[in-house]
Each structure stands twice: as structure tokens, then as C-alpha cells.
Design a protein around this ligand. Structure first.
Ligand code: FAS
Ligand code: PHB
Length: 422
């Protein structure tokens, strides 16, 4: 059998040595860790779940695509249901909310050329609602995680899910130039509508439902005192909403065509449009001023079923989206996490999978109730482009029924307050 000349043998030995070193470098580069629950996404859903699990001694890692600073500067929701506040109080997260959050008996609807209607949540449910910005809630959640000595692995890239349908799921990702493998028992997909978790579920196991609305909301923040109530205004030219964050910070929205761009909306055009849509007595009380933030958000209704695949559980916007008209998005994220954390705690304390098995159905019951409320309010309060006169008369008739019928008023207040958890 032919033998390799000595110089070739030497060269091959050197090559194999180099290869071994490179492979060794690659093997040592992949840092392998284990935890009990991996939470993907450090928005309200992910951070609330991380907090609850940590409080219950369940090991968890929170992975976030953006920087912490980016997450903390986001401006989103502003209304918390009493159910949500109960969850936050239960887990020691409501100190600042109880100190500075504004208690509201309900929200006001005003209507072009008709009397207004107050959605009296306190009268019909016995509990109020709370004005407390999602930005402040996110700050509270990050502060609580820091106090517990836990961190958020932010600026994570190349996230990939593995073996979700087995009892040993794992994830790989890059962070700060280091490759990671993270083995776990369960994965919580809390990475929002644009995240990767929902996409990790094979399409054959997924059913998606939804609507996209033919308009958007242009929102601004202004350092001026708000009017007393969250107030939705219907006007033939479009919906407007007066909201608030604190006694010196107001948030306003107007319905705009989908094609609009922020640069098309200087402040004076925004204010002129908004004031036109409120009755003159109320418009006179709105304190305008320079916007400190301005953004346009399209509206959609979306639900992905089931909210689970194997050891992956979806929660919050990763599983569903509601148009902000019903102020339900953040509140649904909180109720999902209430159900999911309860199921995970039960699993680790008793070994039972019963609540995990029923998580999706339990969460979806409340999700669909919120989808219906949000869809109904969106259709009631927004003139639709190209709608015919019949549709316009139906909208007026629906509002007149609300003005006339105490049963209709009670039903709307119960839905707006949010379906009881169980
Ligand atoms: P979030 O989207 O808040 O958080 C998901 C997190 O996952 C983000 O931090 C994201 O960076 C991260 N992420 C995404 N992909 C990832 C990946 N691959 N790896 C790791 N992390 C990843 N709701 C209301 O009730 N009222 C409102 O007025 C209102 N206004 C809104 C305005 C806008 C522009 C938007 C987009 C939403 C609004 N919402 C509103 C809904 C909003 O409040 C959500 O319901 C709420 O943020 C849901 O929280 P999460 O489910 O945690 O999702
Ligand atoms: C808000 O405070 O930003 C807000 C309030 C009520 C809504 C939507 C947004 O329906």
C-alpha cells in the first residue's frame, strides 16, 4: 500500500492540529446554560412573567432583541383595568401606580350633534379603571427585576428555537459576540406581534384570524393638563381621543388615512383637526401645545390559535392584537401572564400539567371577548372610508340605542371593564 511522503504526513498533521484548534474554538465559543423557563421578549408580558416566576423561585432567563433603553422609551398604552391592577398589587408591582395613577370611574363618548355617553365602569362593575402609562409600568417591571438581582439579556440576535415539541426544548442566540445555547423546560413567547415565537410554530398547527382597518391613529404627547376623562369623540371627519398620563402630561389621537405620514402633520394641523372633532364646549377646555412625541400606528385585530405549541406558550401581542379603541392590548397581556404563570407555578409545585394543557383555551376566552369589544368600539367610533349612507345610519342608530337603553349601557361598561378572569 502506497505510503505518504514524510513532508505530506507532516503537513497533514499540522492541518489536523489547526482544524482541531478551530473546532475547539468553535466548541468553547458556544456557551451552554440551562434554566427552567426562557422568556422571549422584555415588554410588559415578558417582564411580568419573569417577575412572578422569580418571586416563586422558578429559574428564568429573559431575552430581549432591543436595548433596555429602547424598550424603556416606548410610548404605548394608558388604561389599566381593575383586574390588571389586582394582578400588579398581588405581585408587589403597584406601589407607584397606587401613589400616582389616576382612578377613573369610566370613559366618556362624545358624538357630533348628539348628547354624550359616559361608560360608567364603576357603576356597573363596582370597580374603577386606572390611568397609568405603559411606559411607567415597564419602568416598574425593570426596577423590580433589578431589585430581585435578576437581569434582562438585551440586544440578543440570531435567536433560534429548537425541539419545541419535545420535553427538552432549547434556544440558541448571539449576544455581545458570544454564541449561547440555552436548555430549558418551557419557552414563553412574549415577543410581540413582530416577534419570532409565533413564527416558530409550524403552520399546520396554527390558525390565524384577523382584520386590518382602513385607517390609522396619529398620536401625540403634550406637556399640558389633560381634560378630566378619557374621551372618545365621533365626528363625520374622523375619530379623536383625549387621554392622559399625569396631571401635566396628555396624550391625544386622531384617526387619519393609512397613507398619512408624520411629516404631513405639523402640530397646528393636528390640533386644528382634533379640536374640530370635539364638541365646542369640550374643545375649549383642551390645552394645546408643542408635541414632545408623535407617532402613527395602523390598527388591526389579530388572533393566533392555539397559544401553545409543545413547550412553547404564547402571551400578549405575540398571540393577539386588538385595535387600541378598547384599551385592551396591555390588559390582555397581563391576563395572559396571570393564566400562564399560574399554570407554570402549579406545574413546578405539583407536577400537574392540567393548567398548562388548558392555558390556551382559558386565555383565548378572554382574548376573544376583548377582540369583540375592540372591534365593536372601532366600528362605532370611526367613520369608514367609502362607507355608504346605510352604514352611517346604522352607526347613528347603534349610538342612539346606547343613549336610550340601560341594558346596552351596562353591557358596554361590563365589556369595557374587561371580562372577569374566571
Ligand atoms: P410588546 O410588543 O410590548 O413587547 C414585546 C417585546 O419583545 C419587545 O420589547 C420587543 O423588542 C421584543 N422582541 C421582539 N422580537 C424579539 C426577538 N426576536 N427576540 C427577543 N425579543 C424580541 N394597548 C392599549 O391597551 N392601549 C394603547 O393605547 C395602545 N397603544 C399602542 C401603540 C402602539 C404603537 C403599539 C405597537 C401597541 C399599542 N398598544 C396599546 C398595545 C400594547 O400596549 C401591547 O398590547 C403591549 O405592549 C403588549 O405587551 P407585550 O405582549 O409584552 O408585547
Ligand atoms: C391611551 O391612554 O393611550 C389610550 C387610552 C384609551 C384607548 C387607547 C389609548 O382606547
Amino acid at each position: 500500500m502506497a505510503r505518504c511522503p514524510p513532508e505530506v504526513v507532516q503537513r497533514r498533521a499540522e492541518t489536523e492540529k489547526l482544524l482541531a484548534m478551530e473546532t475547539e474554538d468553535v466548541v468553547t465559543a458556544m456557551k451552554t446554560e440551562r434554566t427552567q423557563v426562557v422568556i422571549v421578549g422584555a415588554g410588559p408580558a415578558g417582564m411580568l412573567l419573569g417577575h412572578i416566576l422569580t418571586r416563586c423561585g422558578i429559574d428564568n432567563v429573559v431575552l430581549e432583541r432591543q436595548s433596555k433603553a429602547h424598550v424603556l422609551q416606548r410610548i404605548r398604552a394608558g388604561v389599566l383595568e381593575a383586574h390588571s391592577v389586582e394582578v400588579l398589587r398581588r405581585w408587589g408591582l403597584a406601589d407607584r401606580l397606587d401613589a400616582v395613577g389616576a382612578v377613573k370611574d369610566g370613559s366618556q363618548i362624545v358624538w357630533q350633534d348628539r348628547p354624550g355617553h359616559f361608560i360608567d365602569v364603576r357603576k356597573w362593575t363596582g370597580s374603577p379603571m386606572f390611568a397609568y402609562g405603559q411606559t411607567m409600568l415597564t419602568e416598574d417591571l425593570y426596577a423590580a427585576r433589578a431589585r430581585s438581582g435578576e437581569d434582562v439579556s438585551d440586544e440578543v440576535t440570531q435567536l433560534t428555537f429548537h425541539d419545541l415539541a419535545t420535553a427538552n426544548p432549547w434556544l440558541t442566540y448571539e449576544r455581545g459576540g458570544q454564541s449561547h445555547r440555552l436548555d430549558c423546560d418551557f419557552v414563553a413567547g412574549c415577543d410581540g406581534f413582530q416577534g419570532l415565537a409565533r413564527a416558530a410554530i409550524p403552520q399546520a398547527f396554527q390558525r390565524n384570524f384577523g382584520r386590518v382597518y382602513p385607517f390609522a391613529w396619529l398620536g401625540i404627547m403634550v406637556q399640558r393638563p389633560p381634560i378630566p376623562d378619557f374621551t372618545y369623540a365621533y365626528h363625520a371627519t374622523g375619530m379623536a381621543l383625549a387621554a392622559q398620563r399625569n396631571p401635566m402630561l396628555s396624550r391625544y389621537y386622531i384617526q387619519v388615512p393609512l397613507t398619512e405620514k408624520i411629516e404631513d402633520w405639523p402640530d397646528d394641523r393636528f390640533w386644528e383637526t382634533l379640536l374640530l372633532r370635539f364638541p365646542s364646549d369640550l374643545a375649549a377646555r383642551i390645552q394645546t401645545g408643542p408635541s414632545i412625541e408623535k407617532s402613527i400606528a395602523p390598527l388591526r385585530s389579530f388572533v393566533s390559535e392555539p397559544m401553545r405549541h409543545g413547550r412553547l406558550f404564547l402571551a400578549g401581542d405575540a398571540a393577539h392584537i386588538v385595535p387600541p379603541t378598547g384599551a385592551k392590548g396591555l390588559n390582555l397581556a397581563i391576563s395572559d401572564i396571570h393564566f400562564l404563570s399560574t399554570a407554570l407555578i402549579d406545574r413546578y409545585q405539583t407536577g400537574s400539567d392540567t393548567l398548562l394543557e388548558s392555558y390556551s383555551a382559558t386565555a383565548l376566552r378572554r382574548v376573544w371577548a376583548a377582540e369583540l369589544l375592540s372591534w365593536r368600539l372601532t366600528n362605532l367610533l370611526h367613520p369608514m372610508p367609502e362607507e355608504d349612507a346605510f352604514a352611517q345610519r346604522l352607526r347613528q342608530a347603534e349610538y342612539d340605542t346606547l343613549l336610550r337603553s340601560e341594558a346596552a349601557q351596562q353591557a358596554l361598561a361590563l365589556d369595557y371593564a374587561g371580562v372577569p378572569y374566571l
